[in-house]
Design a protein around this ligand. Structure first.
Ligand SMILES: [Zn+2]
Length: 412
């Protein structure tokens, strides 16, 4: 039995939790941080507040490496997916749809934030559309969500040119203004496939990143040798600009369909430059080979990408599910490989996002998720929905339900 949980605790004792290394411990939390980790029974709560973890797995919070809070259609009846023959056609179809929605970005995105917090996600990198039609209005809505939910989730924002940069003149200036207004990173989209000019597209992005001291996260769907060429160009520019560790490429499908020599030279360039790769393990087509890239020194981290939107009707934002999908597609069977899938939803994106104080160690932020599992492999395979979620030492969700008032009526 657990003692009653305080509603706004500054001190809490988590009793009998299992860590990733299978040690059973007590964890003391004070003022939003992990104050002590000791053998079971060795710590006593200062004010009597405690939670019996019953030997469950205690992990740092999940980290969502790639999401689009502004695009989700959550809160609306299911809108049937409309396929488009080309990316350009789908961009236009999405624009047409978003103009007609009865719910705002704050309403739809707010629902998604509440949902992923209840799953145990404590930090998120969201891309937000910037183009000459919507300007910075999407960013402004996301900034309001960031402020509104700041006690539940840490948010990093990528200014994303969904309609291209060169094919939508004026977008480069808007991206620059977006970073000045609060976006943390500059985005990009298929320099060849969308803009038809790899150099011109990357010139614009890197100029803004260097001027504003911002990071970069580029959507790259361009396949094969063209995609690999673009990846090596991004790596070279990253090195030249001294931006190692602050640049990511999302999707990079090309890495999953290269001959060995091209793969090796491209992976080596990415590793040397400190460029990370995000994957959501899409259901069709090639994806980056996770362990091969890891062994080459490239960080590959996980993200949901689209959730119930015009691009993709699947997904709910559960990063434990995402780890399982990645493991399924990559043929991860051993405990070590399943642990790597789990790391792709926790420590690896935390490192890419540069989250301060992330981890399960004394002094780290008490951003935690408790799972009713004996270890990490079980967690990935079983994906239990019964979870207890802490943010800065405060219990913010249990069994899929947010503590306190849910602004959008979420009950998972
Ligand atoms: Zn995306």
């Amino acid at each position: 039995m657990s003692d009653p949980l305080p509603s706004d605790d500054t001190r809490l004792l988590l009793r009998d939790a299992t860590l990733a290394d299978e040690r059973r411990v007590d964890v003391a939390v004070a003022d939003g941080r992990i104050a002590a980790i000791a053998d079971v029974g060795a710590l006593t709560p200062a004010d009597g507040a405690s939670l019996n973890c019953l030997g469950g797995l205690l992990s740092p919070s999940f980290v969502e490496g790639h999401i689009h809070l502004d695009k989700t259609l959550l809160g609306l009846p299911l809108i049937p997916h409309r396929p488009g023959a080309t990316v350009a056609a789908r961009i236009q179809a999405e624009k047409d749809l978003l103009r007609t929605l009865p719910l705002s970005i704050e309403e739809r995105g707010g629902r998604l934030i509440e949902q992923i917090v209840a799953f145990g996600t404590g930090a998120v990198r969201t891309h937000v559309d910037i183009d000459t039609e919507v300007g910075l209005s999407g960013l402004e809505a996301i900034l309001r969500l960031k402020e509104r939910f700041r006690t539940l989730i840490d948010m990093q924002i990528v200014a994303f040119p969904q309609s291209g940069i060169l094919r939508d003149p004026g977008t480069a200036d808007l991206l620059d203004a977006a970073v000045a207004a609060g976006a943390n990173l500059v985005g990009g989209l298929d320099p060849a496939g969308i803009d038809g000019d790899v150099g011109g597209h990357l010139d614009a992005i890197f100029a803004i990143a260097e001027r504003r001291s911002a990071g970069i996260d580029i959507h790259l769907h361009d396949p094969g040798a063209l995609g690999a060429f673009t990846l090596r160009d991004i790596a070279a520019r990253t090195q030249a600009a001294g931006l190692g560790g602050r640049v990511a490429v999302s999707h990079a499908y090309a890495l999953g369909a290269l001959d060995d020599a091209t793969f090796d030279s491209t992976a080596a360039a990415l590793a040397r430059a400190g460029v990370a790769i995000m994957t959501n393990a899409p259901g069709t087509g090639p994806m980056p080979p996770v362990l091969r890239l890891r062994d080459a020194g490239v960080t590959v981290f996980a993200g949901s990408d689209n959730i119930r939107d015009a691009w993709w009707p699947y997904g709910d934002g559960d990063m434990l599910d995402r780890a399982a999908v990645i493991g399924y597609r990559q043929g991860f069977f051993s405990n070590d490989d399943l642990a790597h899938a789990f790391a792709m939803a926790t420590a690896l994106p935390a490192a890419v996002l540069g989250l301060p104080g992330y981890g399960l160690a004394v002094g780290a932020a008490a951003d935690l998720v408790l799972l009713p599992c004996a270890g990490i492999a079980e967690a990935v395979l079983e994906r239990p929905r019964a979870r207890t979620v802490l943010k800065r030492g405060r219990v913010v969700a249990a069994d899929g339900v947010l503590s306190g008032a849910s602004a959008f009526g979420n009950s998972l």
